[in-house]
Design a protein around this ligand. Sequence first.
Ligand code: FE2
Ligand code: FE2
Length: 283
Amino acid sequence: MATSPAKAVPLVEPAWKPDTLPPFPAVALKALNLMAGTDTSLLELCNLIRPDPAFSSAVLKIANSPLVVFSKSITSVLQASMLLGFQRLKSVVITVGLKAYLKDPFSPLLQSCWRHSVACAIIAERAAHWSGFDKDFAYTAGIMHDIGRVALAAAMPQSYAHVVETGADQPHDLLQTEGQVCGIDHCQAGRALVTAWNLPEAFLEVTSSHHDPVPSTWSPASVLRLSCLLADAIGFGVVQFRATRSCADILTEFPERARSRFYADGKQLATEIYNEIKVIESV
Ligand SMILES: [Fe+2]
Ligand SMILES: [Fe+2]
């Protein structure tokens, strides 16, 4: 069934332009560009966080939360950094960065965009880990993959609300509706932002191609594309799709070693993700 064209909406919002948008938080942008794996990088990241009160308090709250095993009265960003390690600290900074980007105001629409991104990141991290891929990149890719949608929803809230209301048959059809209503789709918007923010090239593919068909060979790209679909299927979607796939059906595309670790009905997975999201939302 073809997607019906979106109803015309009166032009009440200025056209979307990347250079008129608020920038992604500087600490999170720097974290996205930092190379991993050395003591210098951990200290560098720690030094970026310390002067920023919002990031410092978020990192401290997460280090003292039930999400971190063995945490006990962590009182300084340096202590938190040592406890979390570079990769985890980087994930926290980027997740908090996305939340800070959306904060003003954190409307139900933006909250659903944010929850979708975090759910996708958590699923992608697990799937990558169980497949022998880089789980930290998978998590970051999950957080950043829909940054174009987040930016469209933040910059053109009425237009994007109309996109959500119109719905789509499948995720890929959503791009067409976005183009009709907003003048640009979220994959094009994401690509433009990655370029404007000088992010590493890998994020061009992550933001612009995640609704392309799932590759036939299992790869980090398959992990991201299926994690996005799975996040929708277990209740972390933004748009209602008329031809939505079930969790069990999506899991058939995962290799056995990853599929068997997920739960076919998705309920337990959704609960675990929801609990994690609530902790991050509270910081
Ligand atoms: Fe998307
Ligand atoms: Fe997505």
